[in-house]
Design a protein. Structure first.
Length: 319
């Protein structure tokens, strides 16, 4: 089913676990919602976070903080219904709306959760469904007029769920933890991307490889990061450092921007990190810094905001 070109789908994927895929997905989705709110405070464009991980980590985190507890008690259809039902469920049947505590009282971030049992059944049943590899693309096409951005969190296995996530995506971000095992996972997922581009989804683009859990004080990690940059010189993004506030945000069920908000929102608080200024000026997009006005001076939010800036710049360059 053709899809509105204005809706951009970003899949977060790596065929290895423990590389911060869920953390990346939640903070990217929240950051995009905050960015859209800063762009148009009265009528911000909407962002959708989709949990396609059988482990349900994004659902577990989001249900404790970002989303109204009472709302999670309301029976809803889940991502399994979007994948398997003959009649695609409407947004009203599936969507939960986030309540970002420091998002200017905005509610432009939505979420489709996972039910572990039903998604396990979907993995089994998708193989017998016509068009089983593109069911997510078909389902999201039905929501195309509602969202500017869709962020899809995935599990570590190469199965029909991951193939659906890649076949539905415009872009992929590949997080990896800066260790020997983290680096070893990159060839597998990048080969998978090439196969998907060739066989099913030629519009899929690698938005970036994101180093996570980075500790610059460790010489071994510095060396590994330099090796990865040499292997993939055009694709490695600025690393997200290992920071307590990022881990604490997960524990609290929040994005790091809401956990560590700035004292002032709006034009008086442009994103003034020198790395961001250099990046924005390099691509002649300094105006984006004014819209990232929700970033505090804490390291965790600043690293995630730099990642967000990279995503915004690269997505615009691909248009």
């Amino acid at each position: 089913m053709p899809r509105n070109v204005n809706m951009k789908v970003i899949t977060i994927a790596n065929q290895k676990g423990g590389v911060a895929k869920t953390t990346t997905a939640i903070n990217l989705a929240a950051g995009l919602a905050l960015y859209e709110k800063a762009r148009a405070p009265k009528s911000p464009k909407r962002v959708l976070l989709v949990d396609l991980d059988p482990q349900g980590n994004a659902s577990s985190i989001a249900s404790t903080g970002l989303f109204n507890q009472r709302e999670f008690g309301v029976p809803r259809k889940t991502i399994a219904n979007l994948l398997l039902d003959e009649n695609i469920p409407s947004p009203a049947e599936t969507i939960f709306t986030a309540h970002l505590p420091y998002n200017y009282h905005s509610n432009n971030l939505d979420f489709i959760p996972v039910d572990k049992a039903s998604l396990a059944g979907a993995i089994r049943d998708l193989g017998d469904v016509e068009g089983g590899e593109i069911r997510l693309a078909d389902g999201l096409a039905a929501y195309e007029n509602d969202y500017e951005w869709v962020v899809v969190d995935t599990g570590p296995s190469y199965n029909l769920l991951l193939r659906n996530a890649l076949n539905a995506a415009d872009y992929i971000v590949v997080p990896f933890d800066v260790s020997g095992l983290g680096v070893s996972s990159l060839p597998d997922i990048l080969d998978t991307v090439k196969r998907v581009q060739k066989r099913v989804n030629p519009k899929l683009r690698l938005l970036g490889i994101l180093p996570t859990k980075f500790n610059p004080a460790r010489a071994q990690q510095q060396g590994i990061l330099e090796d990865v940059i040499n292997m993939y010189p055009d694709h490695v993004l600025s690393p997200v450092r290992e920071r307590d506030d990022i881990s604490l945000a997960n524990t609290e069920g929040l994005d790091v921007f809401s956990l560590r908000p700035p004292r002032v929102f709006g034009p008086a608080n442009p994103f003034d990190d020198q790395r961001a200024i250099d990046l924005a000026n390099r691509w002649q997009k300094p105006y984006l810094l004014d819209k990232l006005c929700f970033v505090s001076q804490n390291d965790g939010p600043r690293d995630m905001a730099l990642f967000l800036l990279n995503v915004l710049i690269r997505a615009q360059l691909e248009e």
